[in-house]
Design a protein around this ligand. Structure first.
Ligand SMILES: NC(=O)c1ccc[n+]([C@@H]2O[C@H](COP(=O)([O-])OP(=O)(O)OC[C@H]3O[C@@H](n4cnc5c(N)ncnc54)[C@H](O)[C@@H]3O)[C@@H](O)[C@H]2O)c1
Length: 407
């Protein structure tokens, strides 16, 4: 017997695993995506993204008739919006782009009936759940009879199918009744605690979690710059300082990447630039660290040119935004490698070999094997501490280590 019908808009890294999990739980899922390729792939029982165990869940749900994908929404008891929320990067302070959320809200409007639930899961600036209600009201929906809530997602890619069930969740309602009703729905498939609040607090909680990480990484990155100037090994410094019982400094790197931590703090800053001083500064420190790395490599290349009497070959090891994954979104390592490879108006292009063992090909960068990178280079730049680099020995090269390799 069906537990009810759910219409999920946006079938990407969040929407599709959620659709598959709730289908396994006994709900009938009408999944919606604007991409025909995504819809066709899912209806054939296949998946278009890489995530462990997702394929089996989707195949089973489609075969059981519990999951169907389509280009347009349908009537349901519960509507869930899981579309992207990128930012406009062309302004002084990057601002969130909630147009995908607005168009998803507009798309469900003709199908929403009194008593239905509407949930926003996309990472969103504070006030977006109210904006969703506003879109539905403008479309003529009797919004006072709808239960609206915001429920942020905190899953770690690679563990989504487990964390979707096990993580604690925050449900922020536009009314206490909505919060309780929506929390009741999540409790049917989440084994972690489902915590109830209002929508604005829940929206801010998601942004706060990622800003907390960004600020803490910025502290480590700032230390790495200070230590360079003072002739101190930052890795040793941090490991010594962390022996204090109440100190836990994170590790520096070549910046901060990924589509969450490098993005979400701007949602806070753009809403209140006057007061979001530390969060903004942390973003700037982390962005500056990436520029500093580029500068360090360029300086080393100039010195090597004088010594060798020719332009050096530079191997950049790692393109992903963190160790042992293939995700290049907002990756500082990728940005550094592309900058060095192409140069800019003030700096010549370098002879760069890009090495990323976790991906097979890249549309803009010709990839080389680790072996080629080590054999053919004069300078080895270690940008990401991938396990695949463990045991390599670049000691006969000029080594620039920005991620604590071998620590
Ligand atoms: N991926 C993660 O690990 C993660 C974690 C936490 C939060 N989030 C947040 O969840 C939201 C979704 O992220 P994602 O990673 O699933 O994105 P994604 O890009 O993987 O998937 C989004 C899907 O939505 C579809 N889409 C876009 N606009 C649409 C529309 N109007 N109607 C129907 N389909 C539409 C796209 O075609 C795409 O398939 C974002 O706000 C993101 O910040 C993601």
């Amino acid at each position: 017997m069906s537990k009810g019908k759910i219409c999920i808009v946006g079938l990407g890294y969040i929407g599709l695993p959620t659709a598959a999990i709730v289908a396994a739980e006994g709900y009938d899922v009408h999944g919606v995506d604007k991409s025909e390729r995504v819809v066709d792939t899912i209806n054939a029982g296949n998946i278009h993204i890489v995530e462990p165990d997702l394929d089996g869940f989707v195949r089973q749900a489609v075969e059981a008739g519990r999951l169907k994908a389509a280009l347009v929404p349908a009537e349901a008891d519960i509507f869930m919006i899981c579309v992207p929320t990128p930012f406009h990067a062309d302004t002084e302070i990057p601002t969130p782009d909630i147009s995908y959320v607005q168009s998803a809200a507009k798309a469900i409007a003709p199908f929403v009936r009194p008593g239905n639930i509407v949930i926003l899961e996309s990472t969103s600036p504070v006030g977006t759940t109210e904006a969703v209600r506003g879109v539905l009201a403008d479309e003529g929906v009797a919004v006072s009879e709808i239960f609206f809530a915001y429920c942020p997602e905190r899953v770690l890619p690679g563990r989504i199918m487990t964390e979707l069930r096990e993580n604690d969740r925050i449900v922020g309602g536009l009314s206490p009744e909505a919060a309780e009703k929506v929390a009741g729905f999540y409790r049917t498939f989440v084994t972690g605690a489902v915590l109830v609040s209002d929508a604005r607090t829940a929206e801010m909680a998601k942004l706060t979690e990622n800003s907390f990480r960004d600020v803490n990484i910025a502290f480590a990155n700032e230390l790495s710059l200070l230590c360079e100037g003072l002739g101190i090994d930052v890795w040793e410094l941090i490991s010594l300082a962390n022996r204090h019982p109440r100190v836990n400094i994170l590790q520096p790197g070549c910046g901060v990447g990924g589509h969450c931590i490098a993005v979400d703090p701007w949602f806070i800053v753009s809403q209140d630039p006057t007061n979001a001083r530390m969060i903004r500064t942390a973003r700037e420190v982390n962005l500056h660290k990436t520029e500093w790395v580029i500068d360090q490599v360029r300086r080393a290349a100039v010195e090597a040119t004088e010594k060798l009497g020719r332009a050096p070959v530079v191997a950049c090891l790692g393109l992903a935004f963190k160790p042992n994954i293939d995700d290049l979104r907002e990756s500082p390592a990728l940005e550094i490698t592309e900058h060095l490879l192409h140069g800019d108006e003030n700096n010549a292009a370098l002879n760069v070999l890009a090495v990323e063992p976790n991906i097979h090909e890249h549309d803009k960068l010709p990839l080389r094997t680790l072996e080629d990178g080590l054999n053919e280079s004069d300078i080895v730049v270690i940008l990401v501490n991938h396990l695949a680099f463990k045991g390599m020995n670049p000691d006969d090269k000029i080594v620039l280590d920005f991620c604590g390799f071998g620590r």
